[in-house]
Design a binder for this molecule. Structure first.
Ligand code: SAH
Length: 342
């Protein structure tokens, strides 16, 4: 059976009309689900028996199962079980500006970045729109409170699952549905250039973050296989197009790996690359995992890198590290769970 959380407002309307129901039924159903948070068709007391019967026959309306979680003072990391038994991660972060949820978009990932834990487990399948929506609703239900921000930075490459991702955004931002402001959402991509153009043409206010991590093709080729397909200059062109279309500032993510991409020369190359663009660089101390030899850059090195950017007029911040006690590096909890099962 299909999940009702796959349906955008328009899709639900079309289905209901095609089956002889009324336009206002769509609003009633959406209100029960997204505003009253009732996940049982039988409880939707203003719907006709006939409509409830139709919905029950057609749709599943279940939250996801929380398999395990690990918590620390500022993060709670969840392992969620999907209907088919696959497991995904999402991470709840408590910031001073509110609660953020980092959601996954795929089971595994095919991008194969050398430093990334998620990619060690190859992509099994895309997440459906409903599964992405349900990450949010399941966690909100668990903590009995609303999430303020969504970062699409969990396992998977959102632009490699573009259609479902796009519908997810539509459900999140629809005032009748989740009702989250576009500016409260950030999507991160490793750089699927054609999709960046598509995303720009959507003209939403959703924030875009780019996992750059290296200032030259020579280095980026080694770290991120996607760079063999789309070179840095093509990526920069796409980012410029996005900025021109939306007038939104883009986040450039740059993880700091010791003796790999953290040199003064790298910082200077990065300055040359980004000079004059409406971007800011989010410097992210690498989160070490036991499955590769990459090390986190020293704080002195990180500060030096940061200073070079700032002194050259490039906006930058150093990301506060969160949840290091809780298998926080992307994909760690999931990888651990699969290991325990084997
Ligand atoms: N596929 C998307 C989103 C998922 S990854 C993307 O590539 O942007 C979210 C971010 O975490 C990416 O910038 C990724 O490069 C980074 N990342 C992966 N492993 C990491 C690690 N061990 N430490 C710090 N950041 C990591």
């Amino acid at each position: 059976m299909e999940s009702i959380f796959n349906y955008t407002e328009d899709e639900l309307l079309e289905l209901l009309i095609n089956n002889g129901f009324k336009k206002y039924n769509k609003d009633q159903i959406i209100d029960w689900i997204y505003k009253k948070k009732v996940y049982d068709f039988d409880m939707m007391s203003n719907l006709s028996k006939n409509l409830i019967g139709f919905l029950k026959e057609r749709f599943e309306i279940k939250l996801l199962t929380i398999e395990t979680f690990e918590g620390s003072i500022d993060t709670k990391k969840y392992l969620l079980k999907l209907e088919d038994g696959n497991k995904i991660e999402c991470v709840l972060m408590f910031h001073d500006y509110g609660k953020s949820l980092c959601v996954s978009t795929e089971v595994g990932c095919n991008m194969g970045c050398a430093f990334c834990e998620s990619g060690r487990l190859k992509k099994v399948r895309n997440l459906s729109t409903s599964e992405m929506v349900l990450e949010l609703l399941t966690i909100e239900n668990d903590i009995n409170s609303r999430i303020d921000n969504i970062v699409v930075m969990g396992i998977g490459e959102p632009f490699d699952n573009y259609e479902n991702f796009e519908k997810f955004i539509s459900i999140l931002t629809n005032p009748k549905m989740v009702e989250l402001g576009s500016r409260k959402i950030t999507v991160s991509t490793c750089g699927l250039v054609p999709k960046i153009y598509e995303f720009a043409d959507m003209k939403t206010q959703v924030n875009l973050a780019i996992s750059l991590h290296a200032p030259s093709d020579e280095l980026r080729d080694k770290l991120m296989p996607i760079n063999k397909r789309y070179k840095i200059n093509e990526l920069i062109e796409a980012i410029k197009y996005y900025i021109a279309k939306t007038n939104r500032r883009v986040t450039i993510e740059y993880i700091m790996i010791k003796n790999v991409n953290d040199s003064v020369k790298c910082a200077q190359e990065l300055v040359r690359l980004l000079k004059g663009m409406l971007v800011y660089v989010n410097i992210i101390p690498y989160n070490e995992t036991e499955n590769n030899d990459f090390k986190r850059s020293d704080n002195v090195q990180i500060k030096e890198f940061y200073d070079i950017l700032i002194n050259s007029g490039i906006n930058a911040t150093i990301r506060r590290e969160m949840g290091s006690g809780v298998s926080a590096a992307c994909g760690q909890l999931r990888a651990k769970s699969y290991k325990e099962e084997l």
